[in-house]
Ligand binder design. Structure first.
Ligand SMILES: Cc1cc2nc3c(=O)[nH]c(=O)nc-3n(C[C@H](O)[C@H](O)[C@H](O)COP(=O)(O)OP(=O)(O)OC[C@H]3O[C@@H](n4cnc5c(N)ncnc54)[C@H](O)[C@@H]3O)c2cc1C
Length: 376
C-alpha cells in the first residue's frame, strides 16, 4: 500500500478527494488531516459577512468528500513535518509516517503589535477562526449605544480589506441605522486594489466613495494603540473597531519542519506542485510559493486542484509528473456590500448588482459540487 496524507482541508484538496472518489487508485490509502470537518470557501465569505447566508452555507463538507474517497479522516492539526524521515507530527503528539504527502493549509497573517489593549481587532485570517470572532462582534454591535459615531478602520488595501470593510459597514448600517458608522481603509500602496487594472481600481474607488469610506494610502499600520492604530510614520488613526487584513504569510509551525521556506514562510514548489528538493511532498494553494509568485487568492488554489490530483496519482504510480501553467489572467469578483460586486479580468472591469448575482451563482455552484444534497 502507498500511504498518501493530505494535510489541510484547502480548496485544492477538495478536488483531490473528488478525483480519487471518482477513480479510486488501487493500492493507495488516503488520510486527510484537518482540524475541522467543514472548511470555509473564500468566495462566499462576503455573502456570509453581509448576512446573506449562514456559516454552514459557505463551507465545504470534507467529511463527506473523505468518505466518498474512502479516505481516513483525522480531526487534528499537523505541527511539524519531517520530509527526510517521511513523518509528520500531530498536535496530539503522535507521529505518522507517509509515502506521499500534500500540504494545502492556506496562510495566516502577521498579527499586529499591541502597545495597549486598544480597540477590538477582527483578524481576517485564518478564515476558519473567523466564525466565532464574528459572532462575538455581532453580539457586541447589537449592544453599542445609539446616537454615537463608531469608526471602523480596515488595515490592508487588497481585495480582502476592501471587500470586508464594504460588506461589514453595509451590514452594520442596515442593522444599526441609529449609529453614525465611519469607515476608513488604510494601506501601504498609493491606491486600494493596487495590483488590479486601472478600470477595476477606479470602480472600487467609486464604491468606497459611495459608501463614504476614506482611503489613507502609503501608510503601513504597525501597532494597535489606545483608541486606534499607529502607522510607520508615527501617525495615529482613531478606531473603535479594526479589521486586520494585511498580506498573507506562511504558518509559523512550518519553520519547525525540514523544508526550506521563502522569506514569507511559504513552501517553494516546482511547476509540478512537488515541493522543491522533496519528491514525496506536494504543496498547493496559499501555502505554496510558485515561481513566479502568484497572488494569494482562492481561485489559484482551485485551479491547482485537478493538477495536484493528477500528479499525486502519477507520483504514486512512479510516472513522470506534468507541469502546471497558471492562467495569465483570472476572473476576480470582489463583493462591495449592498448586494453589489466588481468583476475584473486584467484591465477590464464592471460593477453592479447583476455582478453580485453572477458571483453568487458561481460560488453556490462551487459549494454544491462538494456538498451532498445542496442545490446547484
Ligand atoms: C476575508 C477574505 C476574503 C477573501 N475573498 C476571496 C475571494 O472572494 N476570492 C478569492 O479567490 N480569494 C479570496 N480570499 C483569499 C482566499 O481566502 C485564499 O486565497 C484561499 O482560501 C486559499 O485557499 P487554500 O486552499 O490555499 O487554503 P484554505 O482555504 O485557507 O484552507 C486551508 C485549510 O487547511 C487547514 N489547516 C490549517 N493549518 C493546518 C494544520 N496545521 N494542519 C491541518 N490542517 C490545517 C485549515 O483548517 C483549512 O481548512 C479571501 C481571503 C480573505 C481573508
Amino acid at each position: 500500500m502507498t500511504e498518501l496524507i493530505l494535510i489541510g482541508a484547502g480548496h485544492a484538496h477538495a478536488f483531490v478527494l473528488e478525483a480519487f472518489a471518482e477513480h479510486p487508485e488501487p493500492g493507495l490509502k488516503i488520510t486527510l488531516i484537518t482540524p475541522q470537518a467543514r472548511a470555509p470557501y473564500s468566495g462566499r465569505v462576503p455573502a456570509w459577512l453581509a448576512g446573506e447566508c449562514d456559516f454552514s452555507d459557505i463551507t465545504i463538507d470534507f467529511e463527506w468528500l473523505a468518505s466518498r474517497a474512502q479516505a481516513r479522516l483525522i480531526l487534528d492539526s499537523v505541527t511539524e513535518i519531517s520530509a527526510g524521515r517521511r513523518q509528520l507530527k500531530l498536535a496530539g503528539g503522535d507521529w505518522i509516517g507517509f509515502d506521499l504527502a500534500s500540504i494545502n493549509i492556506g496562510a495566516t497573517l502577521k498579527t499586529p503589535v499591541f502597545k495597549a489593549s486598544g480597540p477590538q481587532v477582527l483578524s481576517m485570517r485564518p478564515l476558519e477562526a473567523l466564525q466565532t470572532r464574528w459572532q462575538a462582534l455581532l453580539g457586541d454591535m447589537s449592544r453599542w449605544p445609539a446616537g454615537q459615531p463608531r469608526r471602523i478602520l480596515a488595515v490592508g488595501g487588497g481585495a480582502a480589506g476592501c471587500e470586508t470593510l464594504l460588506s461589514i459597514q453595509a451590514r452594520f448600517r442596515a442593522e444599526r441605522p441609529d449609529i453614525d458608522w465611519q469607515g476608513t481603509l488604510l494601506g501601504d500602496t498609493p491606491r486600494p486594489l493596487s495590483t488590479a487594472g486601472k478600470l477595476p481600481a477606479t470602480l472600487l474607488r467609486h464604491e468606497l466613495k459611495k459608501a463614504n469610506i476614506r482611503w489613507v494610502g502609503n501608510r503601513r499600520a504597525c501597532a494597535v494603540i489606545d483608541g486606534g492604530v499607529e502607522d510607520n510614520l508615527g501617525h495615529h488613526h482613531p478606531a473603535d473597531l479594526i479589521l486586520w487584513a494585511t498580506g498573507a504569510q506562511g504558518h509559523d509551525w512550518l519553520k519547525e519542519s525540514d523544508i526550506v521556506l521563502d522569506e514569507r514562510g511559504f513552501i517553494p514548489v516546482e511547476s509540478t506542485l512537488a515541493v522543491r528538493d522533496h519528491a514525496a511532498l506536494f504543496a498547493a494553494g496559499d501555502c505554496a510559493r510558485f515561481d513566479p509568485p502568484l497572488p494569494n487568492a482562492g481561485v489559484y488554489a482551485v485551479r491547482m486542484g485537478p493538477v495536484l490530483a493528477a500528479n499525486l496519482r502519477r507520483a504514486c504510480r512512479g510516472e513522470t509528473l506534468k507541469d502546471w501553467r497558471p492562467p495569465r489572467r483570472v476572473l476576480s469578483l470582489v463583493g462591495t456590500g449592498q448586494a453589489r460586486a466588481i468583476a475584473s479580468r486584467g484591465v477590464l472591469g464592471v460593477a453592479g448588482r447583476w455582478v453580485w448575482r453572477w458571483k453568487r451563482r458561481i460560488d453556490r455552484r462551487f459549494i454544491a459540487r462538494f456538498n451532498p444534497g445542496t442545490p446547484r
